[in-house]
Design a protein around this ligand. Structure first.
Ligand SMILES: [Fe+2]
Length: 299
């Protein structure tokens, strides 16, 4: 593993946040670091579960056909649960996590307040080892990757994710965090397959994608796949290991920051999408970086 040129401090920025948006001073460093592809680490920001909610920390509650329990707070859609008697408790937990996340984002990243959209969140109850051992390499998130949605093209919108480690046994969530996106994309771009508008149209027509993949979505998915299938990169690419302790939270643009989940169990995750135009520095988005490298308009 090549970590000699990188230290945790250069990829991970620690912020002394203790509350979910209430009375926290704004920190201009947060948006700058985040848009450079760094992880914002909030070691003192725990998301607390009530005694009753702790009974939800049970992997058998997740539908065997799914990886996690998912919730769309605006639509009120809950998916992936096996026991409907637990539904009101789960809805309450996931709705509260969403409200806390929104409040935190508004305080910590005020530039994004009017632009964050399409919130979804998930309760991840399985240990990393459970899905790593029985999944294909493409779905194996213990391999370094940047996030790209295979069936839901997002046309350059940013994927902003907040995670909270709610492990009741004090186990950390162990990640690997990788290099700067421009460096990563410059290296892989010559290896990526060419975009075919016809195949994008066809994949939509037969229902593989919910809308036609743009050139941007094609490149991001290709990048995701090339990273995961590159054994040399996985072993020796620029990366650092980092443990997020139980009781901590962290935020990153997961479409920009190479990451891999190596171990841990019991996580809450909140996703927001953000239009590139809502960023403070749009030129740091994967869309603008890929457009500058390819000299093409990609969406
Ligand atoms: Fe990921």
């Amino acid at each position: 593993m090549n970590s000699e040129n990188k230290t945790a401090e250069s990829l991970i920025v620690t912020l002394p946040c203790t509350g979910w948006g209430q009375n926290e001073p704004a920190n201009p460093q947060a948006v700058e670091a985040l848009e450079q592809g760094k992880v914002l680490y909030l070691p003192n920001l725990a998301f607390m579960l009530s005694e009753e909610e702790k009974q939800l920390l049970d992997p058998s509650l997740v539908d065997v056909k799914r990886k996690n329990i998912s919730f769309k707070p605006v639509e009120g859609t809950l998916t992936g649960i096996t026991d409907s008697s637990k539904e009101p408790l789960l809805r309450g937990l996931l709705q509260r996590y969403y409200q806390h996340s929104l409040s935190l984002m508004n305080q910590l990243l005020p530039d994004y307040t009017t632009s964050l959209c399409h919130p979804t969140n998930s309760l991840r109850l399985h240990p990393v080892s459970a899905w790593r051992d029985k999944t294909s390499w493409r779905k194996d998130d213990s391999r370094l990757h940047v996030d790209a949605f295979p069936s839901r093209p997002n046309y350059g919108q940013r994927i902003l994710r907040l995670f909270s480690n709610i492990n009741p046994y004090g186990e950390p969530r162990s990640w690997r965090v990788g290099e700067d996106f421009r460096q990563l994309a410059s290296r892989y771009l010559p290896q990526l397959d060419r975009f075919s508008p016809f195949s994008s149209w066809l994949q939509h027509k037969v229902g593989i994608t919910k809308s036609p993949r743009s050139h941007y979505d094609h490149l991001m998915l290709q990048l995701h796949d090339k990273m995961k299938s590159d054994a040399e990169y996985q072993k020796n690419g620029l990366q650092i290991p980092f443990d997020f302790p139980s009781g901590s939270s962290w935020i990153c643009f997961s479409d920009q920051t190479p990451h891999a989940a190596m171990s841990g169990q019991y996580i809450l995750e909140q996703t927001f999408l953000l239009p590139v135009s809502g960023m403070k520095h749009p030129e740091q988005s994967p869309l603008k970086i890929l457009e500058s490298l390819t000299h093409e308009t990609l969406v």
